[in-house]
Design a protein around this ligand. Structure first.
Ligand code: NDP
Length: 295
């Protein structure tokens, strides 16, 4: 039997209706949520992502501004701009679009963002909060995956979860969030011996490798929930995930498509974190205190 398709686009649209109402409420209280996006260089994919984020902000009632810098700009100029944005009361979230040019030190840039405005959840304070189960701004992509699982009624507690990929922005935070919800988590990497031996034991399989269609049906447990984070541009111009969707959907219980799966959820959770940041200021909650609403 064919798997249930988890429609990320539909889930994200429904969430965005909720976020819009919250943004409107905050605006009425004189605190319109505001997001600043910094982009350095001419990476085509990054420009598309930034454009989509700005469009999503506009549609949700979030004020947004884009700060563009040329490829060869000195890192100090960007650091200076971040300092200004940290002090700007119209801006509640600051996002630096990655990847940055080679001459940039990503860690230094991310560390310069005030943790309470780090709506991407990459600042060390926010990562520390995530590790200790107190996330305030969970990183948007794994946060989106958790929301998809919740909205699809997928049980996490007690399940075997396997995350393929250990990047700081997807794999590692994903594993931590699943762990926090009571899953038994395995993280696989390019160094894992016999990957299929692990993936075949997964009740929940999350794949974030950037290797098109590498997870095939024979690597999946019958009835498993398969979440495909990968976005790969193929030679024919079409997008493909890291999972061989056509074969795996015949074996899995639930599966996300690419496009239309995790991608729209990532943007929805960025909006959520930005509104959360503004809401905290409006209601006087300290930026770094977990109120139990997230994850
Ligand atoms: P990275 O390149 O930073 O990390 C890839 C990870 O996959 C690494 O940990 C690597 O292992 C692992 N890996 C690579 N090949 C294999 C293999 N054959 N077997 C097991 N593990 C493997 O990628 P990201 O995490 O940034 O992104 C992953 C994918 O997700 C990309 O396609 C990206 O475009 C997409 N993405 C999608 C988003 C969305 O909104 N849907 C958001 C962010 C990313 P090792 O560490 O050993 O090298």
């Amino acid at each position: 039997m064919s798997a249930v398709i988890i429609d990320g686009k539909a889930i994200a649209s429904a969430l965005r209706v909720e976020w819009k109402a919250r943004a409107e409420y905050l605006k009425e209280k004189g605190m319109q949520p505001g997001l600043a996006v910094i982009i350095v260089g001419n990476n085509q994919a990054s420009s598309i992502y930034v454009r989509n984020k700005v469009k999503a902000c506009n549609e949700t009632g979030i004020y947004s501004e884009v700060h563009e810098f040329s490829e060869n700009i000195d890192e100090c100029e960007v650091l200076k701009r971040i300092q200004e944005l940290n002090k700007n009361s119209k801006i509640h979230g600051i996002l630096v679009q990655l990847p940055l040019p080679r001459h940039f030190e990503d860690r230094r840039i991310i560390a310069s963002i005030e943790a309470g405005k780090d709506v991407d959840g990459f600042h060390l304070n926010n990562i520390g909060a995530l590790v200790t189960g107190n996330a305030v701004y969970p990183p948007c992509t794994p946060y989106g995956v958790m929301k998809m699982l919740e909205k699809s009624g997928i049980q996490i507690e007690g399940q075997n979860a396997v995350v393929v990929g250990r990047s700081n922005i997807v794999g590692k935070p994903m594993a931590l969030m699943l762990l926090e919800k009571g899953a038994t988590v395995t993280i696989c990497t390019s160094k894992t011996r016999d990957l299929a031996e692990h993936t075949r034991r997964a009740d929940i399989l999350v794949v974030a490798t950037g290797k098109p269609r590498m997870i095939t049906a024979k690597m999946v447990k019958p009835g498993a929930t398969v979440i495909d984070v990968g976005i790969n541009r193929m030679p024919d111009g079409k997008l493909a995930g890291d999972v061989d969707f056509d074969s795996v959907k015949e074996k899995a219980g639930h599966i996300t498509p690419v496009p239309g799966g995790v991608g729209p959820m990532t943007i929805a959770m960025l909006l959520c974190n930005t509104i959360e940041a503004a809401g905290r200021i409006q209601s006087g909650i300290e930026p770094q205190v977990n109120t139990g609403n997230n994850t």
